[in-house]
Design a protein. Structure first.
Length: 697
């Protein structure tokens, strides 16, 4: 619960910032309390610290006095009633910049000396986010707290923490310099929007117990995306929701499936997973679909107004929806929150010319049983005809449905859930001509993405031509990137030519990264020549890294000398050094292991250290020196490097690491570290048992 973060000052001396982090159950380590979210109380915090250091907490300073011996006692105003895990204080050598919102909220941004000015962008974003949330949530932030402190903490082992009025961030998530790319600026804006949403959902309203923590995290994740839509446009919002779904699907498929609300866990932190954050956000998105925008926001206003200052569980949200809209959505919450999984649809279409009807067969193909059943949802069907778009809504709730739609003419396009409201997997093959038309269809960007995927699989002259023509006309970077990947999949000379042309035309750095990666997959000498040129002149760190990695994948060992230079170049969070290590891991020069070990050392940027640990697991299997090096990192000073070492030892799969991993499960360690170590031990033991069984056979 109490952490030290360090940085080196201008004279080479190590400085310490002391930071609290009490979520989920570590407040009890700092002061006696009932340390559960349902126990809310007011707090008055007094900190005794050296006079020269800044002291920050949840509220304004009420009183400060010198106590002798170079110390001072700083007492803060009494907080609103809040849960123990939200109490926070930070002490260290910090400087600040300040501002005020239009309604008078004091905004303070704190960072280590020389870095505070890099919070200017965060100040601008915070003013915009608070204005957005004040409008949509119904209770202005300033009506509850008059101050908001946000702190950039070096080596903070969490991305950020929403302590009420005193938000702590890992430094790289908050600071933005003039040289920062739009990628870094957007990452900072999204992180700030997430933590500020928590000032309402998590702080003003707090989950009654951790089983309902999606009411904190799912809400913050969704409203972060809604602010992104307001700030960056609909395509960015749709991309974020697609990404949330993809992240959840990966956990559901490859790790485990669970209801969002469950009481089955060892540590509360076990629940802070992709079901809680990403799936939770998508459930709110589907709730908005069911209610419509007007009733959705009416329900949110009712939920906030009726429960401000209280603790909540999912039933309180359900009650607010019913009170605001008159609709009982108990069935919706039962299938999406209290049960597990998601629908998987098999959709087939054909045209009945005699009856002038579009016929659509819809099957639910997910495995039904246990906590996953058949889903009941209203689904839209959209048909492109000579008359325009004709849409219908049907309830899909059975194992199999056969729908017939009377149309003015045979459709040239068919869409199932055209606005992607539903969290689902869909198998829906279509004729090539339909995919080509869909590739440039206005509306939800995922319709165009799915068309690009399909045409990449089909290949051939018509598909290549359609992708080539669509790429420079496409306006959204993600769709551009997916079209590029589809062309790379085709790999014909015409497809490579289209990629080379697009590389010269497309400007967005994220799209350029995708095009560069696609050129590396093309396995063409013209593409390699372009990659060599762009690696030297690309203005985006991330796109430059993509070029070096692409060249390395082609086996171009001539780039190793350039990669060695990149290891020494200074860049945000060591992005260039991390990219150089990844590219070197593809080429595997003789010095690779030694280079990776050196870059795990304290003093390297933490992102670089974690990359080096991950790559050691990839290239060091069977090497005892690598295993011992990773075991040593289990006791590193930085939690995220420890966790990376646990994952690496798990991947290497050597049972001799079990005693060291077991040691991590003892004592007052971070519960995330304990859980990861426990899972690694279980996996290693399982591997031993499987080897024994194979031996007996």
């Amino acid at each position: 619960g109490f952490y030290r973060s360090t940085f080196t000052d201008g004279e080479g001396r190590e400085r310490v910032i002391a930071t609290t982090q009490f979520e989920s159950t570590d407040a009890r380590r700092a002061f006696p309390c009932w340390d559960e979210p349902r126990h809310k109380a007011t707090f008055q915090v007094t900190i005794v610290a050296p006079e020269a250091l800044a002291v920050i907490s949840n509220t304004r300073v009420a009183h400060e006095e010198k106590t002798g011996g170079g110390l001072k006692a700083v007492t803060f105003e009494t907080t609103p009633k809040m849960s123990t895990y939200l109490v926070a204080f930070v002490v260290g050598e910090l400087e600040k910049i300040s501002g005020r919102t239009k309604d008078g909220v004091e905004l303070n941004f704190w960072a280590r000396p020389g870095k505070a000015e890099q919070c200017r962008f965060a100040l601008e974003v915070t003013e915009k986010v608070l204005a957005f949330y004040d409008q949509y949530f119904g209770i202005p932030y300033g009506s509850v707290l008059g101050v908001l402190n946000q702190l950039a903490i070096p080596d903070f082992s969490f991305g950020a923490m929403e302590n009420w009025g005193c938000i702590t961030y890992r430094e790289i998530r908050l600071l933005v310099s003039d040289a920062s790319s739009e990628v870094m600026r957007q990452d900072a804006a999204e992180t700030i929007a997430h933590e500020l949403a928590h000032q309402w959902f998590g702080d003003l309203l707090t989950c009654r117990d951790w089983s309902h923590a999606w009411l904190n995290e799912g809400f913050a994740t969704y409203f972060e995306a809604l602010f992104n839509e307001f700030n960056q446009g609909a395509d960015e919002f749709h991309w974020e929701m697609y990404t949330n779904a993809d992240i959840y699907f990966e956990e559901d498929k490859n790790h485990y499936r669970r209801p969002i609300v469950t009481r089955t866990y060892k540590f509360p932190s076990d629940l802070f997973d992709r079901h809680l954050y990403e799936k939770g956000s998508l459930v709110l998105h589907m709730l908005r679909y069911q209610l419509g925008d007007g009733q959705f926001w009416k329900a949110i206003h009712t939920y906030v107004a009726d429960n401000k200052g209280k603790t909540v569980e999912t039933g309180d949200l359900l009650a607010a929806v019913q009170k605001a809209t008159g609709r009982n959505l108990a069935k919706f919450f039962e299938q999406w929150v209290f049960k597990a999984g998601h629908p998987e649809y098999k959709v087939r279409y054909w045209w009945d010319a005699a009856k002038k009807e579009a016929v659509v067969r819809v099957l639910q193909t997910q495995s039904v049983g246990g906590e996953t059943g058949l889903f009941s949802l209203p689904v839209k069907f959209a048909f492109s005809t000579a008359k325009g778009e004709e849409t219908f809504t049907e309830t899909v709730e059975k194992k199999s449905h056969l729908f017939r739609f009377k149309l003015s003419s045979e459709p040239t396009g068919v869409l199932f859930d055209p606005h992607y409201w539903i969290l689902k997997r869909t198998d829906f093959p279509k004729p090539e001509a339909m995919w080509i038309r869909q590739l440039t269809r206005p509306g939800h960007m995922m319709n165009r993405v799915e068309a690009a995927w399909a045409l990449g699989r089909i290949g051939g002259e018509a598909a290549t031509r359609a992708l080539e023509q669509a790429l420079p006309k496409e306006t959204f970077w993600f769709v551009q990137g997916e079209i590029a990947q589809a062309l790379a999949q085709i790999r014909t000379p015409a497809a490579v030519e289209a990629l080379l042309a697009a590389h010269r035309l497309v400007q967005h750095p994220k799209a350029r990264r995708a095009i560069i990666a696609a050129l590396g997959d093309a396995r063409d000498e013209r593409a390699r020549e372009r990659l060599r040129a762009t690696a030297a002149e690309e203005p985006s760190y991330f796109a430059e890294n993509a070029a070096w990695r692409a060249l390395a994948r082609t086996g171009d060992s001539g780039v190793v000398s350039d990669l060695r230079k990149n290891l020494k170049r200074v860049s945000w969070n060591g992005v260039l050094a991390s990219g150089a290590l990844e590219a070197m891991a593809s080429l595997r020069p003789p010095e690779l292991i030694d280079v990776l070990k050196r870059h795990t050392a304290w003093g390297q940027p933490q992102g670089v250290r974690q990359t080096a640990v991950r790559l050691l697991a990839q290239v060091g299997e069977g090497r005892e020196d690598v295993r011992k090096h990773l075991v040593g990192l289990l006791e590193d000073r930085y939690l995220l490097v420890q966790m990376a070492a646990v994952r690496a030892l798990n991947q290497i799969g050597d049972e001799r690491s079990i005693p060291a991993l077991k040691k991590l499960q003892e004592g007052p360690r971070d519960t995330r570290l304990k859980r990861n170590a426990e899972e690694a031990v279980e996996k290693l033991k399982k591997g031993i048992e499987e080897e024994k069984k194979e031996g007996k056979k």
